[in-house]
Write a protein of this length. Structure first.
Lengths: 244, 263
């Protein structure tokens, strides 16, 4: 297994945000992390990114415990994209990609910047300040930043939130295409169930800090007797906690 | 440490400054206003009393040196706050950079920002008031070094507070230097302070730096013992600042504040 999470917990003061979760992700698979707001998804991703110190448990990446890995060694192989964090607004798109490319130690940076900007169709606003862009443009720039280092592990937190259907579809299509061409393991937190069904090999359902179900989309939908993932999500989110 | 990464962190701030003409003006504006203000105040003293015959030179040099400290510290804080304001904080802390590289980059870029503001102001003081801080000669560098270290230390302490308490600590960033100024004996000798405060003041490098500045300007003699003392005290504070920054970073990881630090 490429990523192994064992008995992972996080307590903030007296609030149990994540409660002994266990899951594994195979290399080059895309796993959806689902659950209602406040269920512990972001905290779990924060722990996987090394931004939050777990209260208990272990994270093993490529057979190495995250605790024993050097911060900059592991982070060079990872990246993260979320609409809730932004790139410096006063820097141009090109400047932001250059700064982050250098931080990630990307070789042949200029070529990589051109490549990723052509792929994501951001070249026509390359010289514009990032803060002046529309949500859809910002979102693609943010995705470009998260792929600048060709990460082995990519964490996506609601990558298409607040995008119009056209750009949302473009982003989902691009992630699909990128995944087919590159070796990348993705953990995708999303509230868009169509997106999850389209992109994920399997899903993990969380509620109140615990994992309440897991499996492929089809398996979960079938298990709960629903027609689609959205209905299954609603059943799990509104119903009594279910055991794994 | 990887100097390409340190350069990249600095580059982000160089781009920020060079992309915005108002930012460059802002950097130059405040030190210049400070020089004008103190230049005219000290000129008034000179005209009013023989006792203050050296006042213009001493007060203005003190103002320039104090402003250097102020600019270094504020630049350090500002660069950190920029990451919070632009909601770039999480991106920065998930990039493969060591904490030591972040500190080094902020420290090096802070002096660049400080000098952009201060050099024009120091040059302006020569024709306007006939005062040149460069008259201090080589010892000027020995006075600037502990000021730089102490400015960075204050920056480290404020950014540690930002990591610990979040953006609400921002006001402290602006207030920190004004709090220390009276104890720093920037414009007056230490004897002016009450005895109890003199003990505290001697624990700060500022007193030794500004006493030595007055000594050089008035007596034309350099007391290297005082300079070494001020550098040594600054190094002690700097090391403490780094330790506090690291512990605040670890505390922030524990509290989970790195992932949602924002405006």
């Amino acid at each position: 297994m490429f990523i192994q999470v064992k008995n992972l917990s996080k307590v903030f003061k007296k609030n149990l945000a994540v409660d002994k979760i266990n899951f594994q992700i195979e290399k080059n698979k895309t796993v959806g992390l689902l659950g209602p707001n406040g269920c512990g998804k972001t905290t779990s991703i924060g722990m996987l990114l090394g931004l939050i110190k777990p209260s208990e448990g272990e994270i093993i990446i490529d057979n190495k415990n995250l605790k024993s890995l050097k911060r900059d060694d592991i982070l060079a192989r990872i990246n993260f994209c979320s609409p809730y964090i932004e790139l410096p607004k006063k820097l141009t798109v090109k400047q932001n990609l250059e700064v982050y490319g250098r931080l990630y130690g990307v070789k042949n940076l200029n070529e990589r910047i051109i490549e990723i900007s052509e792929d994501l169709d951001i070249k026509n606003f390359f010289e514009r300040k990032t803060g002046e862009l529309s949500s859809g443009q910002k979102n693609r720039v943010s995705l470009a930043k998260s792929l600048i280092n060709k990460p082995e592990i990519l964490f996506l937190d609601e990558p298409t939130a607040s995008l119009d259907p056209d750009i949302g579809d473009f982003v989902r299509g691009y992630i699909q295409e990128y995944r087919s061409k590159h070796q990348v393991t993705i953990l995708l937190a999303s509230h868009n169930m169509n997106e999850v069904e389209r992109l994920c090999d399997s899903v993990i359902m969380m509620k109140k800090g615990k994992i309440i179900d897991r499996g492929t989309c089809k398996e979960i939908i079938k298990k709960h007797g629903r027609n689609n993932l959205e209905e299954t999500f609603l059943k799990l989110a509104r119903g009594k906690d279910e055991l794994q | 440490m990887n100097f390409n990464k340190i350069y990249a962190l600095g580059l982000r701030h160089i781009y920020l400054i060079s992309n915005s003409f108002p930012r460059i003006i802002d950097l130059i504006y405040w030190p210049t206003v400070q020089i004008f203000l103190w230049g005219f105040i000290s000129k008034f003293f000179t005209l009013s009393s023989d006792y203050y015959s050296n006042a213009v030179g001493i007060i203005l040099t003190a103002a320039i040196l104090y402003d250097f400290l102020f600019r270094v510290s504020i630049s350090f804080n500002m660069m950190f706050l920029e990451e919070i304001w632009s909601r770039n904080f999480t991106n920065l802390f998930i990039a493969p950079i060591k904490i030591s590289e972040i500190i080094t980059s902020l420290t090096l870029t802070a002096i660049l920002r400080a000098l952009i503001g201060l050099i024009p102001a120091a040059i302006l003081a020569i024709p306007l008031f006939g005062v040149s801080v460069f008259k201090l000669g080589i010892p000027l560098l020995f006075l600037l070094l502990p000021l730089y270290l102490f400015g960075v230390t204050l920056g480290l302490l404020v950014t540690s507070g930002l990591l610990r308490f979040g953006p609400s600590f921002e006001n402290i960033a602006w207030a920190s230097l004004f709090f220390l100024a009276p104890l720093g004996c920037i414009y007056y000798p230490i004897e002016i302070l009450p005895d109890s405060l003199q003990i505290i003041a001697k624990g700060l490098p500022l007193v030794h730096i500004f006493e030595e500045m007055r000594n050089i300007l008035l007596n034309n003699v350099v007391n290297y013992f005082d300079i070494i003392k001020s550098i040594s005290i600054s190094i002690v504070y700097f090391v403490l600042g780094v330790i506090i920054f690291y512990s605040s970073y670890l505390g922030a990881k524990k509290r989970g504040t790195l992932i949602n630090m924002g405006e």
